[in-house]
Design a protein around this ligand. Structure first.
Ligand code: AMP
Length: 294
């Protein structure tokens, strides 16, 4: 459709959406916080393939950040983002001010449920309520047929899928694979925080997740009873030895329910396993995960 148009108000965005709806067009939405990398662009490419009109929202959502988190320093660069998004031939970037999304006296929130209790939800109080609230608003503003989310934030994805089901949004959520650097590091806007030393240590995170998943698959195959606690602790030590500063969490769960799996008998009852971690390297908190069938 040519050049990307940047829409700053909810009113003008709704007007565009209405026009396309009347024409019977399929609308795709890719919600983001910007500072695009290939991970974001792959979501947009998938949307481009499946939809007539592609909206990308670019909004650093203050209510999903904790008071000690990186809201102020989160990287922002609209010009860079427009250039990147044009590679995926996106039609619109919805780029509202905070006051447009949260005017004075804004007070209603969507609360995430059980699925938000562990993993990132345990270390980031209120984070997923903030995510569910902003995503609901974006869904109501753009009323997409399809919305695209990355498996990089797997817990978020599962929570959004449940929210769509529970609140009858009538939107199809499309899961997108994790896009990685050539050395395995999951792409993230926060990777720009890493010093050169931290950057070279960072790929160990994924290596250890992958090695743990292989250990589990191997043990299941051989009927060996792997002590999951010990296996997790060994991988944490390995990650710390590579130069990470602190383990926030490293956990194994059922990929559908996100229920924590703490021993091998429980593990054998799951069809699909989710191993997720959050690690501090210097001041930066990185997350990564692996989902696999056994
Ligand atoms: P963010 O801008 O970090 O909030 O991410 C916006 C969307 O892009 C979310 O659905 C993320 O899961 C997804 N995303 C971010 N990084 C990646 C990645 N490396 N691979 C796949 N999806 C990603």
């Amino acid at each position: 459709m040519g050049e990307i148009r940047v829409l700053k108000t909810i009113g003008e965005t709704r007007a565009q959406v209405l026009k396309y709806k009347k024409e019977g067009k399929i609308i795709g939405l890719v919600p983001t916080m910007g500072y695009f990398h290939e991970g974001h662009i792959n979501l947009m490419r998938k949307a481009r393939k499946e939809c007539d009109v592609v909206f990308v929202s670019l909004f650093v959502n203050p209510i999903q950040f904790g008071p000690k988190e990186d809201l102020a320093s989160y990287p922002r660069d609209l010009e860079h983002d427009i250039k990147m998004a044009s590679k995926a031939d996106v039609d619109y970037i919805f780029f509202p001010e905070v006051s447009e999304m949260y005017p004075e006296r804004f007070q209603t929130k969507v609360t995430a449920g059980e699925l938000s209790k562990d993993f990132c939800g345990a270390s980031r109080a209120g984070h997923f309520d903030g995510v569910c609230t902003v995503v609901s608003k974006l869904f109501n503003i753009m009323t997409p047929d399809f919305a695209y989310f990355g498996m990089k934030d797997y817990q978020q994805l599962v929570i959004i899928e449940k929210m769509v089901e529970d609140l009858n949004f009538g939107i199809k959520i499309r899961r997108c694979e994790i896009t990685r650097e050539s050395d395995g590091l999951a792409m993230s806007s926060r990777n720009t925080y890493l010093t050169p030393d931290e950057r070279s240590a960072a790929p160990q995170f994924q290596k250890s997740l992958k090695a743990l998943s292989c250990e589990i698959i191997e043990a299941v195959k051989c009927g060996k009873n792997l002590n999951l606690n010990e296996a997790v602790n060994r991988r944490c030590d390995e990650i710390l030895a590579a130069g990470f500063k602190k383990v926030d969490y490293l956990k194994i769960a059922d990929a559908q329910t996100l229920n924590i799996i703490s021993n091998f008998d429980q593990l054998k009852k799951s069809r699909e396993i989710f191993i997720a971690g959050a690690m501090f390297i210097g001041k930066t908190r990185l997350i990564d995960n692996i989902v696999f069938e056994i």
